[in-house]
Design a protein around this ligand. Structure first.
Ligand SMILES: Nc1ncnc2c1ncn2[C@@H]1O[C@H](COP(=O)(O)OP(=O)(O)OP(=O)(O)O)[C@@H](O)[C@H]1O
Length: 259
């Protein structure tokens, strides 16, 4: 159920367990997880390695079905991937044989949108992420940060109500990462999308999130769920509130990771 282009979607997980089974081994990645995300929130999930963060994103994206429980977006059950949910991974995963514009247009194919409209929409998204002037280049001609911007434009092209981001800036150098964080926050403010963002960086979580969720070690459970009242405009890492929240999140992550 695609949301209107100017609003985000609500996400609800009820009593979700996800078990991977292979060669007789079972791994419970998530166990009876309840989570409600309101339209327009910027939620960041942090937690120990292997606690089920990517699994959570995969369930909402529709890449996996929960073993038990339900996953809904705007009240409709998730039954597979769809244009109402955009996904950005750690690696940009752009198609090397397509231009930057072709990559962004790709997600709009087969949706009854005319070629001219697809092109116009893709160009508008590239403009939004500052890449309009490199639309004709191939991905390998872009820097890592530019490639990730193109991946964000591709995810945004169908105007999804939810943007799911799995450590999207982890592979970037520190300066580019800082810049991308600022740009993402501006994009979120301007578009009103719901964002669910996974990271290992507590600093990144505090900088970006309006709400920060800490998962326990596997199977992931919510051990801290904290609204951030640091002003949305101009977050200042030197502000005492920033340091206080960072310390609280860091303590929760450390105790979540402890055996
Ligand atoms: N396809 C799969 N088959 C079997 N086990 C899997 C599969 N995908 C993930 N797992 C296991 O499920 C658990 C949760 O994995 P997941 O990738 O969701 O964790 P994560 O919190 O995102 O980890 P990281 O922070 O290291 O990226 C891990 O123990 C992982 O080994």
């Amino acid at each position: 159920m695609p949301s209107r282009p100017d609003e985000g979607s609500a996400v609800a997980l009820r009593s979700v367990t996800h078990r991977y089974s292979s060669r007789g081994r079972h791994i419970d990645a998530l166990h009876t997880l309840d989570l409600s995300i309101s339209a327009g929130e910027f939620v960041v999930v942090v937690g120990p390695s292997g606690c089920g963060k990517s699994t959570l994103l995969g369930l909402i994206a529709g890449f996996h079905r929960p073993t038990t429980g339900t996953v809904q977006v705007d009240g409709a059950p998730v039954v597979g991937p769809g244009p109402d949910r955009g996904v950005v991974f750690q690696q940009p995963r752009l198609f090397p044989w397509l231009s930057v514009l072709g990559n962004v247009e790709f997600g709009l194919r087969g949706r009854g949108i005319s070629r001219a409209d697809r092109r116009a929409r893709a160009l508008a998204k590239l403009d939004q992420v500052g890449l309009a002037d490199v639309a004709g280049l191939r991905p390998y001609e872009l820097s890592g940060g530019m490639q990730q911007r193109a991946a964000i434009a591709r995810a945004l092209a169908p105007d999804p109500g939810v943007l799911l981001m799995d450590e999207p800036f982890a592979a970037l150098d520190a300066l580019t990462r800082d810049r991308m964080q600022e740009e993402l926050r501006a994009l979120w403010r301007d578009t009103g999308r719901t964002v669910l963002f996974v990271t290992h960086s507590i600093d990144e979580a505090v900088y970006l999130g309006t709400r920060i969720i800490v998962f326990s070690a596997r199977p992931g459970r919510v051990v801290l769920d904290e609204a951030s009242d640091i002003p949305a405009q101009g977050r200042d890492r030197d502000h005492p509130d920033f340091g206080t929240l960072r310390t609280r999140i860091s303590t929760a992550v450390r105790s979540a990771a402890a055996p």
